[in-house]
Write a protein that binds this ligand. Structure first.
Ligand code: RB5
Length: 147
């Protein structure tokens, strides 16, 4: 199950991603927003991030105008490693190196074609499991636990 959420700036791209996920047979849970009325991105990013952190959803996709605000929010939630990606190289690397569990996208930054490629690579690339990457992720958890 993939958590997906957006704000008013990204409803159109979210719908394209949902259509794409459905065509691939990937189930998702939509945490809103649903329309073009101006909303506050922290509310939607937080709901989706909590679902991922709780294990209700295995990964999440957040979309706002830039992707920046939602990625900042998600990374405040314990256990979330959210990567803002605007290219396919970063999408692959953040799964292999950071075991990122959430992807943030900027609907005002990316065209739909590139956004869908980034989504596919993010969802399809496994974590490398290499010792050095596990060690670094474990250090992130330690920082989180000390704050
Ligand atoms: C909304 O105008 C915009 O600020 C939001 O979508 C996002 O880009 C915030 O980071």
């Amino acid at each position: 199950m993939i958590a997906i959420a957006c704000d008013h700036a990204a409803v159109g791209l979210k719908e394209e991603i949902k259509t794409h996920l459905a065509a691939r047979g990937i189930s998702f849970k939509d945490f809103g927003a649903d329309g073009k009325t101006s909303v506050d991105y922290p509310d939607y990013a937080y709901s989706a991030a909590r679902a991922v952190a709780a294990g209700e959803c295995e990964k999440g996709i957040l979309i706002c105008g830039t992707g920046i605000g939602m990625s900042i929010v998600a990374n405040k939630v314990k256990g979330i490693r959210c990567a803002l990606c605007s290219d396919t190289f970063s999408a692959r690397a953040t799964r292999e190196h950071n075991d990122a569990n959430m992807l943030a996208l900027g609907a005002r930054v990316l065209g739909a074609g590139l956004a869908l490629d980034i989504v596919d690579i993010f969802l399809d690339t496994p974590f490398s499991g290499e010792e050095r990457h596990m060690r670094r992720i474990s250090k992130i958890s330690h920082i989180e636990n000390e704050e």
